[in-house]
Ligand binder design. Structure first.
Ligand SMILES: CC(C)(COP(=O)(O)OP(=O)(O)OC[C@H]1O[C@@H](n2cnc3c(N)ncnc32)[C@H](O)[C@@H]1OP(=O)(O)O)[C@@H](O)C(=O)NCCC(=O)NCCS
Length: 190
């Protein structure tokens, strides 16, 4: 049997909603490629949001009651390689006193329902994450949006404008790769 790919999502038909208790029945139908991400949205996301551990946003197509993708934000920090540049200057060359661990808004989870993959849902939520990070960092400043990516998802995040915080040593196989976007770079463009 021939399976045709689903059409790409049109941004005019997309709605992002902050997770709320009324969404609960829709969450039970969500299933993605990774068990952790499936379990989280079904069982933990609402409670964790209630106690302010993180915030989750759901992506819908207008008029349809199916969660296409979701993204979860929290706060965090990470170590950035001194070889990386901040505002066009290598950290090693100390543009200013720079902390060893840098604060960030963290993408704790990102996933797309198995039946909706490849339609642009996760990429749309990453663009939303960058916009939200710029906006939120105006109140309490933090310089980066970051994610701990599964190794097989590094290329996906690179396609969406993220860089690796560190280049792994030869032969090293880290469990996750820390990746980031500099919010000053985004703000500079606007
Ligand atoms: C990774 C994931 C979020 C992508 O969701 P998605 O909605 O299908 O992503 P998009 O439709 O926005 O982007 C798909 C594009 O990225 C590409 N892509 C997807 N996974 C990729 C990967 N591992 N490496 C490189 N490219 C990848 C696709 O080929 C597609 O390319 P195209 O636009 O040229 O067709 C989804 O596969 C998923 O939920 N996986 C399980 C949970 C997970 O691993 N989350 C990431 C946590 S770090």
């Amino acid at each position: 049997m021939l399976f045709l790919p689903k059409p790409k999502l049109s941004e005019f038909d997309l709605i992002i909603e902050r997770l709320k208790p009324q969404h609960d029945p829709l969450l039970k139908a969500f299933r993605c490629d990774k068990e952790d991400e499936t379990d989280f949205i079904r069982n933990d996301a609402l409670l964790q949001q209630t106690i302010k551990l993180n915030e989750t946003y759901l992506l819908f197509e207008r008029g349809k009651e199916k969660v296409i993708s979701y993204i979860t934000f929290s706060v965090g920090s990470f170590v950035l390689s001194p070889e990386r540049e901040v505002y066009g200057v290598r950290i090693r060359d100390k543009p200013c006193e720079f902390p060893n661990r840098v604060p960030c808004m963290l993408i704790g989870r990102l996933a797309t329902d198995k039946g909706e993959e490849g339609r642009g849902g996760a990429s749309y939520l990453l663009a939303f994450a960058v916009r939200e990070a710029v906006r939120k960092s105006e109140l309490v400043p933090f310089p980066f949006l970051a994610v701990h990516a599964y190794p097989d998802k590094v290329a996906f995040y690179e396609r969406n404008g993220f860089e690796r915080a560190f280049t792994p040593d030869a032969g090293e196989t880290p469990r996750t790769a820390c990746m980031y976007v500099g919010l000053f770079d985004v703000a500079k463009k606007h």
